[in-house]
Design a protein around this ligand. Structure first.
Ligand code: ASP
Length: 317
């Protein structure tokens, strides 16, 4: 968006929320808000990334994130290539570096990467000329998810500081939780994590997050309830009892939600496991659930990130 001044990001990439300061976060959210407005008006800015190439390089499954980066890039006029690499065919280290060399030879401008290994996007960033955006790496970070979550919260609550945010469920395997903890604590929110001891990493207490193993205690007076999927694909051993048992203690239903603030919003990054971590009646309750709006804000946030990271290219053009 022209005329929008922006504090320089610490690197030319978006590899994580850790390391971003509140002025960066606020500026990205303000820019994303203006793109959200443009999207609602059905307008595009196809001249912004005209002639630029964006590659979506996904080594893991994705529905929302990949489509949303594709839409964001298209609305800004970029040429998009989607590359899906099946995990089984990937011989990590060496193959990743070979991939980097190939992409570099193709003169890619923006590289959106999802990878099962934590740290893969930052390794790529060291090897390619393109601006790299982390679209989720292992259990490490998912920065654009945290930004879209923050934008959604801000639209409902006005500000992020002093809000009580309860992040519930499989925190151990969640890059979404990690990015949200970095972002929301930097912005002054009061953070809680809620889940069985087997799914709460020890680092939470070190990060100044309050830990709860009981849903009603953890949700008491919360402004925001963020549910996480049970990431069974990342569990190497049985960390939870049956799905039914899990739902009984940690699944969000109307009864458990009652102890949160009357205007508390319910979030979920998707994909949802209905009847495991969240009851359909809550997920589909328009008075409480902002899950659809999170998806909408995802496109706006990704437009803002592409815009900001391509400013360097536009300056050099
Ligand atoms: N879509 C999110 C991610 O890629 C959350 C999830 O998969 O549960 O991390």
């Amino acid at each position: 968006m022209s005329g929008f001044s922006f504090p320089i990001l610490p690197t030319g990439h978006l590899l994580g929320i850790e390391g971003l300061e509140p002025p960066h976060i606020n500026a990205l959210l303000d820019l994303a808000e203006s793109y959200a407005l443009l999207n609602r008006q059905g307008k595009t800015q196809r001249d912004l990334l005209k002639g630029r190439t964006l590659i979506n390089l996904f080594f893991e499954d994705s529905t929302r994130t990949r489509t949303s980066f594709e839409l964001a890039g298209k609305r800004l006029g970029a040429d998009i290539v989607n590359m899906s690499v099946s995990t089984s065919s990937v011989n990590k280290g060496e193959t990743l570096l070979d991939t980097a060399a190939t992409l570099n030879a193709m003169k890619t401008d923006l590289l959106v990467v999802r990878h099962p290994q934590s740290g893969a996007p930052s390794l790529l960033a060291q090897k390619v000329d393109a601006a790299v955006i982390n679209a989720g790496d292992g259990t490490h970070e998912h920065p654009t998810q945290a930004l879209l979550d923050a934008l959604t919260i801000r639209r409902h609550k006005g500000a992020l500081s002093d809000l009580v945010v309860a992040i519930c469920g499989d925190v151990l395997h969640s890059r979404v939780a990690r990015s949200n903890i970095h972002l929301l604590s930097a912005m002054g929110a009061r953070l809680r994590v809620v889940g069985p001891p087997t799914l709460i990493p020890a680092e939470c207490a070190r990060l100044g997050v309050q830990v709860f193993h009981d849903m009603r205690a953890g949700l008491a007076d919360a402004d925001v309830v963020m549910m996480l999927r049970l990431q069974k694909e990342r569990m190497t051993c049985g960390l939870v009892p049956s799905s039914r048992e899990y739902f009984r203690f940690f699944g969000l239903d109307a009864a458990k939600l009652e102890v949160a603030k009357p205007d508390a919003i319910v979030m979920h990054p998707g994909p949802m496991n209905r009847g495991v971590e969240i009851d359909s009646a809550v997920a589909d309750d328009p008075a409480r659930s902002v899950i659809g709006e999170q998806v909408e804000m995802g496109v706006a946030v990704r437009m803002a990130v592409l815009d900001v990271l391509s400013r360097r290219l536009r300056r050099n053009a």
